[in-house]
Design a protein. Structure first.
Length: 114
């Protein structure tokens, strides 16, 4: 889902808000999260997950084209850790798809027998 798709979905779910209002809300939320992370803070959304920043140490990397060793500087990167409820929902959502794929394979076997 892209940012514009998120805004459109939220606007559809909340018809009392205009599209412009929803866009301002989403923008404000993302701006606040970005500012908190840029300051080295942590953003935790219960049931969804936590965003934080991690420090990556300098290291020796390799140029994939030439194979030459290059120095990769130390950097700070954003990190997301999914919450338990999100992991459970995603895992529960994946099981019916896998079962559906098995059922479709079983249906194909039945057609061959006829």
């Amino acid at each position: 889902m892209t940012r514009s798709e998120l805004i459109a979905a939220l606007a559809a779910d909340h018809p009392h808000l205009t599209l412009a209002d929803v866009e301002r809300i989403v923008t404000a939320m993302f701006d606040q999260m970005t500012a908190t992370l840029a300051a080295g803070g942590r953003v935790e959304l219960r049931g969804f997950g936590a965003f934080s920043v991690k420090q990556r140490q300098a290291r020796a990397g390799r140029n994939p084209r030439t194979g030459e060793t290059v120095k990769v500087d130390e950097k700070t990167v954003p990190f997301f850790r999914a919450g338990r409820e999100l992991r459970e929902m995603v895992n529960a959502g994946m099981k019916p798809l896998e079962a559906g794929a098995d059922d479709a394979a079983d249906d194909d076997d039945d057609e061959d027998e006829e």
